[in-house]
Design a binder for this molecule. Structure first.
Ligand code: NAD
Length: 344
C-alpha cells in the first residue's frame, strides 16, 4: 500500500512511521507534516534514505500542499493535529483550524483521490469526564469539555458524515492517553522525566488524582495498523490499555525509577475545567481484531525513561527557548499560589 501519514513528525506519528518503514517494508510511507513546534525532523532523519519513505513539509489546511501528495495513495492515516489541551485553553483558534477545517479538507481530497482506507486518529477526551466504573463506548455520546476535545469530537463527526453520505471508507481509532519515546515534553510523562532529571519541581495540577488510561505508543501504532488492514469501514474503535492510573501514581513511579525524591512534587492550581477521569472500553477492537496491548505500564515506563536517558540531546533541543517561553507562560503564575493538598 502507498500510505499518506499526516503529522508524522509528531509523537505518535513518528512511532507509527518508524514501525512501518522499518518493519513493514512492503508499504510505501509518505509523511506530510507542517512542522509546528510539536513536529521534529530529527525523529525520522535516519529514515530519509529508505526507499519506502518520503517526507514533505506541508499544511493539511492548504489545498496546494495536500493535493500533490495525496494523488495516487491507497490509504491515509491522519494524525496531524494541535494536540495539547492547555494550549487550546490559551488559544482555541489553531485547534479549530487544523483539527476541524484541516480534517475536512483532507477528507475531501482523500475522497477525490479514491483512497481505500482513511484512519482518523481521535482521542478518548471526546467523551468528557467519566465517573468511576463508567467507560466510554463507541456509541456513547460525545461530551467534550475543552477546545481540544471539542475539535476532536467535531472531526470525528465529519469523518462519520463522509462515510454516511458518500460511503467513504473511513475508520476512527479513538486512543486513550499515550506515552513513549519522542513525546514532546509539555505532556505529563516526558515533562516529569525532564524536570526530575534536573531536580526541578514537578508541577502537578490540583490534587493530582486525575485518572488516565495509559497506552504505550507502540501498542497504539499496532492497533492503528490492524485497523488499516482489517477494521470495518464506518466504524469507531476505542483503543485503550485498561491501565488506569492517577497522575500522582504515574509521577511517583517515575521518581522511583529515576531515584529522585518525592519532595519535587509541587501541587499547582488546577487546569480550568480539568476532566477528572477518561477511560475507554476497548472491548470492540479486542473482540473483532484480537488486538491487545503488549506492554505493561511498568515496562512501558522503563522503556520510555531509557529512551529519554539515551536521547538527552533530543530533550535539550526540544526544550528550546520557545518551549521555555511556553512553560513560563503556563506555570509561572501557578507556582506562585498556595499549593493544594492532595486527598488520599
Ligand atoms: N498523545 C496522546 O496521548 C493522544 C491520545 C489520543 C489521541 N491523540 C491524537 O493522535 C494524534 C497525534 O498526537 P500526538 O500526540 O502525536 O501529537 P503531536 O502534537 O506530538 O504531533 C502533531 C503533529 O502534527 C503536525 N501538525 C500540526 N498541525 C499540522 C497541519 N496543519 N498540517 C500538517 N501537520 C500538522 C505537527 O507538526 C506534529 O508533527 C493527534 O490527532 C491527537 O489528537 C493523541
Amino acid at each position: 500500500m502507498k500510505i499518506l501519514v499526516t503529522g508524522g513528525a509528531g509523537f505518535i506519528g513518528t512511532n507509527f512511521i518508524r514501525m512501518m518503514v522499518l518493519n513493514h517494508r512492503e508499504h510505501k510511507i509518505i509523511n506530510l507534516d507542517k512542522l509546528t513546534y510539536a513536529g521534529n525532523t530529527d525523529n525520522l532523519s535516519d529514515l530519509v534514505d529508505y526507499p519506502n519513505y518520503s517526507f514533505y513539509v506541508g499544511d493539511i489546511c492548504q489545498p496546494d500542499h495536500v493535493e500533490p501528495v495525496i494523488t495516487g495513495v491507497d490509504a491515509v492515516v491522519h494524525f496531524a493535529a494541535e494536540s495539547h489541551v492547555d494550549r487550546s485553553i490559551q488559544d482555541a483558534a489553531p485547534f479549530v483550524i487544523t483539527n476541524i477545517f484541516g480534517t475536512q479538507l483532507l477528507l475531501d481530497f482523500a475522497r477525490e483521490a479514491r483512497v481505500s482506507r482513511f484512519i482518523y486518529v481521535s482521542s478518548d477526551q471526546i467523551g468528557g469526564s467519566l465517573l468511576p466504573g463508567i467507560y466510554l463506548r463507541e456509541n456513547s455520546p460525545a461530551s467534550p469539555n475543552n477546545p481540544y476535545a471539542a475539535s476532536k469530537a467535531a472531526s470525528e463527526h465529519l469523518v462519520y458524515a463522509a462515510y454516511h453520505i458518500h460511503q467513504f471508507p473511513s475508520i476512527v481509532a479513538r486512543l486513550s492517553s499515550c506515552y513513549g519515546p519522542y513525546q514532546y515534553p509539555e505532556k505529563l510523562i516526558p515533562l516529569v522525566i525532564a524536570n526530575a532529571l534536573e531536580f526541578k519541581p514537578l508541577p502537578v495540577y490540583g490534587d493530582g488524582l486525575h485518572v488516565r488510561d495509559w497506552l504505550f505508543a507502540d501498542d497504539a501504532c499496532k492497533a492503528i495498523y490492524q485497523l488499516l488492514l482489517k477494521g470495518r469501514i464506518g466504524q469507531i474503535y476505542n483503543v485503550g490499555a485498561r491501565m488506569e492510573k492517577t497522575n500522582l501514581e504515574v509521577i511517583k513511579r517515575i521518581l522511583k525509577l529515576l531515584d529522585r525524591p518525592e519532595k519535587l512534587i509541587t501541587f499547582v492550581t488546577d487546569r480550568p475545567g480539568h476532566d477528572r477521569r477518561y477511560a475507554v472500553d476497548p472491548g470492540k477492537i479486542e473482540r473483532e481484531l484480537s488486538w491487545r496491548p503488549q506492554t505493561e505500564f511498568e515496562e512501558g515506563l522503563r522503556k520510555t525513561i531509557d529512551w529519554y536517558l539515551r536521547n538527552i540531546e533530543w530533550l535539550a533541543d526540544t526544550r528550546s527557548s520557545s518551549y521555555r517561553e511556553y512553560y513560563e507562560s503556563l506555570y509561572s503564575s501557578r507556582f506562585a499560589v498556595e499549593p493544594t493538598k492532595p486527598e488520599f
